[in-house]
Design a protein around this ligand. Sequence first.
Ligand code: ADP
Ligand code: MG
Length: 496
Amino acid sequence: MSLAIILSRAQEGVAAPQVMVEVHLSGGLPGTHIVGLPEAAVREARDRVRVAIQSTAFEYPSRKVTVNLAPAELPKDGGRFDLAIALGILAAGGQVPRERLDACEFLGELALSGELRGVPGVLPALLRARARGRSIVVPRANASEAALVAGANVRVAGHLSEVCSWLRGGDDLPAPTPAIGVDDAPPLPDLADVRGQTKARRALEIAAVGGHHLLLVGPPGTGKTMLAERLPGILPPLGESEALESCAVRSVAGQRVDPGLWRRRPFRAPHHTASAVALVGGGSQPRPGEISLAHHGVLFLDELPEFSRHVLEVLREPLESGRIVISRAARQATFPAQFQLVAAMNPCPCGYAGDGQRTCRCTPDQIQRYRARISGPLLDRIDLVVDVPRVPLGELAAAPSEDSATVRARVLKARQHGLIRAGRANAEINPRELERDCALGAAERRWLEAALERLGLSARAYHRVLRVARSIADLDGGAPLLDRTHLAEALQYRRF
Ligand SMILES: Nc1ncnc2c1ncn2[C@@H]1O[C@H](COP(=O)(O)OP(=O)(O)O)[C@@H](O)[C@H]1O
Ligand SMILES: [Mg+2]
């Protein structure tokens, strides 16, 4: 029989749907046809595969070669199917035996020399292959991310000839070497470096407990960036499936997944000149943006009012849904985007409103317009707003503050309460669950309602205050009823 079928995987968002590479050899004019609506890149594969086969001391069939990539409607860009196509041609022509091909999937681009090149999106493909109980052969260049998936039957190869000699009954292809532990990773920035800022540090800790979005407001040089960078270090480490999800995004973005750092929460800090596509993803071959690269981690938007309005608008949907759907003409890709937002801004355009040392030169009107650049719906999603004032020189020289390990221990303990109660972070408590999870005594309810009325705050604000108070109460031992001290502190973090 001169038909061979080889399994491979396409890439669509962070999904890795199966692709069957069917190769048929027949009489007729010699030539190679690739069908199944492949894109230009797959047509180029024809030339790469032919030369790679010839360089590997095999014969390229002088018959009619028909390659069909099925199903037709999947995106089939890039060289990821080269290896599968080459093996299909060799198997159909009887140049390599088929026994080992059946239960195996193949991914990899071929260089003209026959060498295998790395491809993006190996991690999601591996996870699918594992779920189907198949083994998978991937390029050696992808070995470090391949090693992350425990229990996957992965083999790595550096050259087409290695794969062929294995198929011909030769030595087993090696498994990727396991990742080095997190312990070898360079340390994260530590909270011990941040002097003063007691209130902002407390807000950061509460944000870490509840997964609340946080806005830091203060003049330049007071430690806002320092604080934001220290949030990942007081959050719990990623669980295995969270880490794999977050690495899968990096994998499809074509970024290297560092085995020493893969359990760390991502921290992404796009510049305010970043385009909407860079931020949320897009492109004709949809690629993930910063919000997806920050999946299960922290997205830091410094100088929040400087981001374009359009860019801030497109953040709203993922902030609600935890994912982003990118639609392009004929296709759609979904990327996960559950991130914790930390934003920073100056109090006014010149940066010095309310600063003890320097005089602000902005008019009330300018200040008003500056703050209005951040839309209400975005602010509505930010549970905590805190001032980061200038630290007196004396405090800057003071002894080191509490370190991240100490704060993190408290955060982990407090987060347990939320996990036991609802299985998720307090920021995700929806209005229906508020009654149950943020219960108040009658006197406390009256007190809070009066306080909100006095401050002119909305019903939305009411929910936010309750969620933050819940996190404060969880730091305070996790009592089921919120008391007045929790509510009063939560009220302080409402500024707009
Ligand atoms: N509270 C602080 N404790 C220690 N160093 C600080 C503090 N605030 C500012 N600094 C110093 O000033 C630099 C700038 O701080 P940064 O966090 O970038 O300020 P901001 O983001 O508020 O403009 C830091 O690298 C650090 O050296
Ligand atoms: Mg800064």
